[in-house]
Design a protein around this ligand. Structure first.
Ligand code: F6P
Length: 751
């Protein structure tokens, strides 16, 4: 309201000024019009009286002359009249004729002003005249007979009437303006009050999600999401590119003071293995999830809860199953949860990787659903949910649940900690509703996930598929405006958060220079110094399209035989999920295919396919990224794929070409790669040829663009955005007075 008052004051001052200027202008114009009117009137009068005047003038008698002047002065506009002869003698005058008005003076001023003044017919001159008694308007009419001037008839007009009329008009105008201003101010005040009230009401309706204008809902949702995203970025006191470990930490401290972040992920970031010599070695798993989340936890501290899968894991933990990591740079806790072989089989290999993994990936592998696996999955999820609650220090912990291993955990934690902030991120694709429907436990899985405050996916498409699945298989309200699922009065926001990598990468910082990597890698692979090198880096997984990749190399050599002997493709393949039959088959197929191609195109020491079937630590992988001329990511279906991003991050020399499957989430962001359909061997082999022949400048341009994108959209931003969204959600819950027995208000949370 203070704003409205300020506006009113400014408005009234403005109106007053305007009124003053307008009334002055009106007064001036009125006077001009009045004078012109007098002049016109006097001219008419003079013309009319000219014959009588001439007769009197000739007669020379003073009295009839004066009588005639007196007659003239009866005109309401004339106060006095006089007659001057050619010698400036006043021949006759009416009694009111000003004594100070001398004929000679009049003639002088006439002579001086004649050029400026308008000449009306019959009227020589007219002008204002200041006299001791006040201002008058004086008209001088020439009296002429047969061309010879006889004298002047002077007519005096009282212009005080004009002045008075002007002043009255001005007064009136000011009053009208004042009245109008008051009315306008009043109306503005009322309108401001009403519209403010209405605005607040609308805002409230908007915030509370009561708007029923369905046709606008998608637009409103998009605009709101955009605004909130911008607001989240603004909160970081800097441009979006400023997301780094420090800013992430600051954001956490500012928005979740006193809270530690808890990450729940099946895979642990550091695996302690006992080597054949009995020593304990630390291994970094081949996992995009770990590569992305670990820098986040380094930045935020907190605790990572995971399955302790290493052979020496138990030997290094304390009595609460904790070990501080990263080794040598300890900054957060790793809490290990122990699983029996049978539990690991049913939960990890069975339900998660034989059931949900093929269910969510369109890679032609049939999902296997066993009741026993499901039971184990449920039990293990309960175990992990308990571990989360054990680690939680307060009633409203912040829990980041990762991936398809823990679909049931969000609800289990919610039941125990109703006020928890649970952010669940699904690292793999989400299939369309019809496809998801083949899962026998579809409803339980969806229910479990909806315990989350926020459900994150890589792409909008996956979010839509998820919402579609909920729509089909659950009794829940989809709030399209909020992009949320509302159930039992509680909402889960469903949003895309494309994951990324740390920037700058610590592995790049410690990697040898590119020329050293190039020559070192070629030497250890037994290649010539000038050999052209293609690279693939994956877990041995059927979704990665490794077989298709090798077939594309074969087709490339068929089509472009000149490269035989010069081009080799090295495939780093980390053994993965080896207890699963489909993975064993893949291992065999890949080996067979590589051997066949090598036999076909190999010659002496030259082998076009170099298969490195082993786990490689990140420093080694980054050396290979830096040594390669091209890197081919050929996933048949992939949530994001961080190998693509790591390759670009590794190339600080801005060289090398990325071939990227169109079926990865990364292809939506890294359009400067050569995007291909991995099933189309013609297209993929042509892209290889194009990559190897690509001019250095073009390589630089593409690489530079991808690197700039990654610098800005790094994993700190990914985590920061989710945490900001969660923080806003938490604030709004508090504002809306949510209590544990009244969680229905959650329904009204904004998207
Ligand atoms: O891509 C899904 C995923 O869980 C990733 O998040 C992770 O990088 C990878 O699979 C690792 O799989 P696993 O932990 O089974 O070796």
């Amino acid at each position: 309201m203070r704003r409205t008052a300020r506006f009113l004051v400014v408005f009234l001052v403005g109106v007053a000024l305007l009124a003053y200027l307008a009334s002055s202008a009106v007064q001036r114009s009125t006077r001009r019009w009045s004078e012109a009117d007098i002049a016109q009137h006097m001219a008419g009068l003079a013309q009319k009286t000219q014959p009588a005047l001439l007769a009197r003038w000739t007669a020379g008698a003073r009295e009839p002359f004066e009588a005639m002047l007196t007659d003239l002065a009866r005109d309401e506009r004339i106060t006095a009249a006089g007659a001057c002869d050619q010698n400036n003698q006043l021949l006759a005058r009416t009694p009111a004729f000003p004594r100070d008005l001398a004929c000679a003076q009049v003639r002088q001023r006439m002579a001086a002003e004649r050029e400026d003044k308008p000449t009306l017919p019959g009227l020589v001159w007219g002008s204002n005249w200041s006299l001791p008694g006040g201002e008058v308007y004086l008209s001088a009419v020439p009296v002429v007979r047969e061309g010879s001037p006889l004298g002047l008839l002077l007519l005096v007009n009282d212009i005080s009437i004009i002045e008075r009329q002007g002043a009255r008009l001005r007064q009136l105008l000011l009053m009208v303006f004042a009245g109008l201003a008051l009315c306008a101010g009043l109306v503005a005040l009322i309108a401001a009050r009403l519209s403010w009230r209405g605005f607040r009401k609308e805002l409230r309706r908007f915030i509370l999600g009561e708007s029923r204008r369905k046709e606008f809902l998608p637009i409103v949702a998009d605009v709101r999401e955009l605004v909130e995203r911008i607001a989240a970025e603004r909160e970081m006191d800097g441009p979006a590119s400023a997301w780094n470990p420090q800013h992430l930490k600051q954001a956490l401290v500012r928005h979740f003071p006193g809270e530690k972040v808890m990450v729940l992920a099946n895979r642990e970031p550091y695996i302690h293995e006992r080597g054949s010599d009995g020593t304990v070695q630390i291994r970094h798993p081949a996992s995009g999830l770990v590569a992305a989340i670990e820098p986040v936890l380094r930045a935020c501290s907190g605790v990572w809860i995971a399955h302790g899968s290493g052979s020496a894991d138990r030997t290094v933990v304390d009595n609460k199953d904790h070990v501080r990591v990263p080794p040598g740079e300890e900054s957060y806790e790793l809490r290990r949860v122990w699983l029996s072989e049978q539990e690991e089989r049913g939960y990890y290999y069975g339900l998660a990787n034989e059931g949900l993994w093929p269910l969510c990936h369109l890679a032609h592998a049939r999902p296997i659903f066993r009741g026993t696996d499901w039971a184990t999955y449920e039990a293990v999820n309960r175990r992990f949910a308990e571990a989360v609650c054990e680690e939680a220090e307060g009633e409203d912990p912040v829990v980041l649940v990762q991936d398809y291993h823990f679909a049931l955990v969000p609800r289990l934690v919610r039941e125990r900690r109703p006020r928890a902030t649970i952010i669940t991120f699904w690292h793999i694709p989400w299939p369309n509703g019809e496809h998801f429907g083949i899962c026998p436990w579809r409803a339980q899985i969806l229910q479990g996930m909806l315990g989350s405050s926020i459900m994150g996916f890589h792409t909008r498409q996956h979010c839509n598929n998820f919402l579609d699945s909920v729509d089909r298989y659950l009794e829940a309200r989809i709030d399209r405006e909020q992009n949320s699922v509302v159930q039992h009065g509680r909402a889960t926001l469903v949003r895309p958060y494309p994951i990324s990598i740390e920037w700058p990468s610590r592995w790049v910082a410690s990697a040898p220079p590119v020329p050293e990597c190039r020559s070192g890698v070629r030497k250890e692979l037994g290649l010539r110094e000038d050999a052209l090198l293609g690279l693939g880096v994956d877990r041995l997984d059927y979704t990665k399209g490794i077989e298709e990749r090798l077939l594309a190399v074969e087709r490339f050599l068929e089509r472009f035989p000149a490269y035989t002997g010069r081009f080799s493709f090295v495939q780093m393949a980390a053994p993965s999920r080896t207890l699963i039959e489909r993975y064993r088959q893949l291992d065999e197929t890949v080996e067979r295919t590589a051997a066949r191609i090598n036999q076909r195109f190999g010659e002496g020491a030259y082998q076009p396919i170099i298969l490195l079937r082993a786990h490689h630590e990140p420093p080694q992988v980054f050396r290979y990224y830096r040594a390669a001329d091209l890197c081919y990511v050929s996933s048949l279906h992939d949530g994001m794929n961080l190998v693509a991003k790591e390759f670009a991050a590794a190339r600080d020399d801005e060289r090398g070409v990325l071939l990227l499957s169109q079926f990865t989430g990364a292809a939506r962001e890294m359009s400067e790669a050569l995007v291909v359909n991995p099933y189309d061997l013609e297209e993929a082999s042509a892209a290889m040829a194009r990559a190897l022949a690509m001019p250095v400048e073009e390589q630089r341009e593409r690489m530079r663009a991808m690197r700039a994108f990654l610098a800005e959209f790094n994993v700190y931003r990914w985590a920061g955005r989710m945490l900001m969204d969660a923080a806003r959600l938490r604030r709004k819950e508090t504002l809306l007075g949510r209590s544990s027995d009244d969680i229905s208000s959650l329904r009204r949370l904004p998207k």
